[in-house]
Write a protein that binds this ligand. Sequence first.
Ligand code: SF4
Length: 360
Amino acid sequence: MQDIKSYTLTELTEYITSLGEPAFRAKQLYQWMHEKCVASLDDMSNIPKALKEKLRSDAANGSVDITPADATPQKVDITTITPVDIRESRDGTRKYLFELPDGELIESVLMRYKYGNTVCVSSQVGCRMGCRFCASTMDGLTRNLTPAEMLDQIYRITRDINERISHVVVMGMGEPMDNYDTLITFLRILTSPEGYNLSRRNITVSTCGLTERIREFADEDTGVTLAISLHAPDDELRRTMMPIANRYSIAEITEAAKYFFDRTGRRITYEYALVRDTNDSEECAHKLADLCRQTGAHVNLIPVNPVTGRGYAPTADDGVRAFKNKLEKQGINVTIRRELGQDIDGACGQLRKRYTGDLR
Ligand code: SF4
């Protein structure tokens, strides 16, 4: 099965010329899919009917991906995901629940900042990393997303609000480095000048710390920012919050973070979700500052989102500010991520769980 929305321009050109069509048709198709974000072959006005028919019949032969998965061959389209629920928060944040071609559900979030529109993209259906404060992992990993399914979260939101997305964070459902090849293709297509042409500097990929992948990612030189979900400044505490800490020690993560910085010249960010009476002590702040000095990392403090059934409570606002001050006094660059969309199941995976009836 081929999925033409997941093709880079080079791959699409190879495919289109293999059908006996001129190469410029590939560029036109690519622009319709990735620049103009249209959802259907029918909307591509400068593509000849004969080529559309050819693509549709190729799809009917099973060589082009179609949506939905159970569509009849005559009703073929390029992979498109469908919003089944959109919730808007008082602060303007929009949470989208998308249905994939096979009926699986994923979440994406649109956050409106002064500097532009940011979309938080999911990379997998579910997640197998098991972080204890996260609703996305409660049922494990169902499957990886395709590049088209990752891209289409941005495209459908662009069309929905009729505004361009300026920033993308790959921090939604799933561990992007656990779907590594897809992540790389997604980044290539998203930043391509013939496509959406999103600035690399405005993309952040977040990982819970798969160190081999971090090194590979550094070598790939994608030009994007890397965030590492640290959440605890020592292995013992981290193991209680994130099972992945049993596999990768903080010392290994530190080495991989240094490698990333040396290779790319880009400072990493440590994501740190503050959990009341767990990782918000003075001692934790000292240890975290120490880790930051070793790698030149910034810290992004996130008051942990309360997830039903997990028993983690967020650190109160004054505690968050106090923690920030302690880090800053030690010369660390710190930001506090604004809590957006709390009134619309803001925590990753919560809306999906509520929708499927697993969370009440
Ligand atoms: S926080 Fe991210 S890596 Fe951890 S379980 Fe949730 S989705 Fe997976």
